[in-house]
Design a protein around this ligand. Structure first.
Ligand code: SAM
Ligand code: SF4
Length: 337
């Protein structure tokens, strides 16, 4: 009989939440400059400050040893980091050995080249961000992307047998006329579609108050034409899912602004420089890079214990004309979306 032993020192925070999900930003760099995510003239981190693959692996191992079963690689754009597939293969080798799942969130620009490698490394499903199917709108939103690269990447991923979910940031006056066509397109290809509410992270290039579209409002609009049934699928994150009878697909909503999901939050985020953020919407952090470099695994474990004491009960997001500055100054590409 095979038995999985519970971790010796599981990561449990002050509110009894078990941390089982780690998001790792492998780079803050990106080949796009999406208007809601980055400023046009972003300054990226010096490469020497970024964790090496060995350091990321050491930190991931500490998490897995302490009960983390799911890891998602993100960024910035994870697939633009040099030799990223080396890291994917090393972490992929932990699947079935502590890790249940390794996933990735990508803008899809390099997916054509990496889809086969991801599947071979044990990745089963990926999220691809795509806010429009219109080529010129796509280039306007990403400020430099080519939609054909992403669409080719999506086809390559489907051919490689990866399950796909499309993430779409819903923006009033930008792409809110495309929700239904995107859903028909994604569901028609057997892919999920998840709508995301814009979050106030970092100074960017658009007016967030004008483009903010509460998904509750969108849901009411869609419910006039589609039959939804709630799915129980809970991920410990801010996503809620419904099954759409007319398309046979799954529609997700990520509503950090208008819905409080914090009580069941099971995740933490590691930045490319080794800061561990306990909440996307708060500034509490622990420096795992310094702990690892100065004191090895013992210091890393101590830092993780400290981190559990810091995880806040909830986030501080507000989008408001009276409070025009972002609630959190760092960009999503720093913390990892
Ligand atoms: N570059 C990859 C990508 O675009 O999928 C991974 C990183 S990106 C930061 C992760 C997700 O965060 C994307 O789906 C993106 O649309 C979303 N995102 C970025 N900035 C956001 C913001 N301010 N509010 C809501 N979602 C945001
Ligand atoms: Fe790059 Fe992803 Fe941010 Fe767009 S959302 S700028 S693709 S990190």
């Amino acid at each position: 009989m095979s038995m999985t032993m519970p971790p010796a020192r599981p990561l449990i925070d002050r509110y009894g939440r078990h941390i089982s999900y780690l998001r790792i930003s492998v780079t803050d760099r990106c080949d796009f400059r999406c208007v809601y995510c980055m400023a046009e003239d972003m300054t990226f981190l010096p490469k020497k400050d970024v964790l090496s693959f060995e350091e990321i692996e050491a930190i991931a191992t500490a998490f897995i040893d302490r009960g983390t079963t799911r890891i998602r690689l993100t960024g910035g754009e994870p697939l633009v980091r040099r030799d990223i597939m080396d890291l994917v293969r090393t972490l992929g080798a932990r699947i079935g050995h502590g890790l249940d799942e390794l996933t990735i969130t990508t803008n899809g620009s390099q997916l054509r080249n990496h889809a086969g490698g991801l599947a071979a490394a044990g990745v089963k499903r990926i999220n691809v961000s795509l806010d429009t199917l219109d080529a010129s709108r796509f280039t306007a939103i990403t400020r430099r992307g080519r939609i054909d690269d992403v669409l080719d990447g999506i086809e390559a991923a489907r051919d490689a047998g990866l399950a796909l979910k499309i993430n779409m940031v819903a923006m009033r006056g930008v792409n809110d006329d495309e929700i239904e066509p995107m859903m028909a397109w994604a569901h028609g290809k057997g892919m999920g579609l998840t709508l995301i509410e814009g979050m106030p992270l970092g100074e960017v290039g658009i007016d967030r108050v004008d483009s903010y579209l509460p998904l509750r409002e969108l849901h009411d609009r869609l419910a006039r034409h589609y039959t939804f049934s709630k799915l129980d699928k809970r991920t410990g994150g801010p996503a809620r899912y419904v099954h759409v009878a007319e398309t046979g697909g799954v529609l997700g909503y990520i509503t950090p602004m208008s819905h409080n999901f914090c009580e069941s939050c099971n995740r933490v985020r590691l930045t490319a420089t080794g800061q561990l953020f306990m909440c996307l919407g708060q500034d509490d952090q622990v420096n795992l890079r310094d702990a690892l470099r100065d004191g090895g695994r013992v210091a890393l474990d101590e830092a993780l214990d400290r981190a559990m004491l810091l995880k806040p009960k909830g986030h501080d997001f507000v989008i408001d004309r009276a409070q025009p500055a972002p609630a959190v100054a760092r960009h999503m590409s720093v913390t990892g979306g």
